[in-house]
Design a protein around this ligand. Structure first.
Ligand SMILES: Nc1ncnc2c1ncn2[C@@H]1O[C@H](COP(=O)(O)OP(=O)(O)OP(=O)(O)O)[C@@H](O)[C@H]1O
Ligand SMILES: [Mg+2]
Length: 344
């Protein structure tokens, strides 16, 4: 193929800066939107021992579960012949007891059910681990399990600036754990709003299912969203954040807008019913409001969370017997809990 053919699209950079990413960290923007947030708690700074625990291999949780051991003939037994002293034995939280207590008390104060996230990301790619495929947690072990199993969480911890083109990245992130009170959200009424250089480019449905009723609601929703976003742009402009993606929720009767999250204007954020190329190159005369309709429903059906459809742990476990035992053990435990729950 000759090099002067024009049948490719240039990969446009978002030109995101470290500073933009830091400004999208939950604790950096939450005060600006405090009247529009559901209750939450921020735990910051996080002890190094907790970060190390999150990044360590294997899933060791807090209860006194038996350890599965591999016997010589490659079968697994749940008892050990000899107790060997192990510096890792003891409850998981012995290395971060204060944080552990803080999380327990925050869960209680927030009504007993929370969604955890770090500076930018929730562990929604690990939702398959909890019964019902949710990330709402009632027990501290749920939080540990989700955070430890999520690639999005690892990304927050290790690679938050991987999209940045600045050469020397020496910025140290102050890691934070956010606990958000769980709210029974109607996913049809969540929207993702794209703002570039302080200009509203587009609004997309967040949940990529077809909701027939949204079409008729569109004018009413736009009437609410437009002034709210104008105000958000103004607030964030004052902090020198001019490009961002804001997730909002507008429950019935559409009198109030809630902010769910503010995300970096980066390819790591899902562009949903837009493409990143459009967001970076298209001249939007007027912003576009995009919904799933009868004709595009099939096209987007596979997009949602597509990056997480095969959990990396499962792929890894097929090559790693220890990881496989851990997964089997966790799965067994979850099933038992679910059985207990349903028999109550
Ligand atoms: N307080 C809450 N109660 C119930 N559900 C919530 C709450 N906050 C968020 N959610 C649900 O979880 C989803 C993910 O939450 P959030 O946007 O905070 O995670 P995220 O990791 O930043 O997602 P993304 O990677 O798409 O930016 C939301 O779309 C919403 O449906
Ligand atoms: Mg987000």
């Amino acid at each position: 193929m000759s090099s002067d053919t024009n049948d490719y699209i240039k990969f446009e950079s978002t030109n995101i800066r470290i500073d933009d990413i830091l400004k999208c960290s939950f604790s950096s923007w939450c005060d600006l939107f405090k009247d529009y947030l559901y209750p939450y708690r921020i735990i910051k700074p996080l002890p190094t021992s907790f970060i190390e625990y999150l990044l360590s291999d294997g899933i060791k949780l807090n209860s006194d579960q038996q350890k599965l051991e591999q016997t010589s003939d490659n079968e697994y037994s749940d008892w050990e012949e000899e107790e060997e002293p192990n510096e890792d034995s003891g409850p998981v939280h012995s290395k971060f007891p204060e944080l552990h207590e803080q999380i327990i008390s925050d869960i209680k104060e927030l009504g007993g059910k929370v969604i955890p996230k770090l500076n930018w990301s929730s562990p929604k790619d690990a939702n398959w681990l909890l019964p019902g495929n949710t990330i709402n947690c009632t027990d501290i072990n749920d939080i540990y399990l989700l955070l430890k199993s999520s690639d999005h969480v690892v990304d927050d911890l290790l690679y938050p600036f991987s999209e940045v083109e600045e050469k020397e990245v020496t910025t140290k992130v102050e890691h934070e754990l956010i606990l958000k009170k769980w709210i029974d959200i109607n996913p049809a009424l969540e929207f993702r709003v794209f703002v570039k250089d302080s200009k509203l480019l587009g609004v997309s449905q967040r949940d990529l299912n077809h909701y027939e009723f949204l079409k008729d609601l569109q004018p009413q929703l736009q009437e609410k969203i437009e002034p709210f976003i104008a105000q958000a742009i103004e607030k964030l402009q004052k902090t020198d954040l001019n490009s961002f993606i804001i997730d909002i929720y507008i429950p019935r009767p559409f009198s109030k807008i809630y902010v769910i999250d503010i995300n970096p204007f980066s390819r790591k954020s899902d562009s949903l019913l837009f493409t990143w190329n459009e967001l970076l190159t298209k001249k939007f005369e007027q912003y576009e409001f995009r919904l799933i309709n009868e004709t595009n429903v099939g096209a987007f059906a596979k997009k949602q969370y597509s990056e997480s459809q095969v959990p990396i742990d499962v792929v890894g476990a097929t090559h790693d017997s220890e990881a496989l035992i851990e997964l089997a053990r966790e799965w067994d435990k979850l099933q038992k809990n679910e059985d207990q729950d349903t028999s109550n």
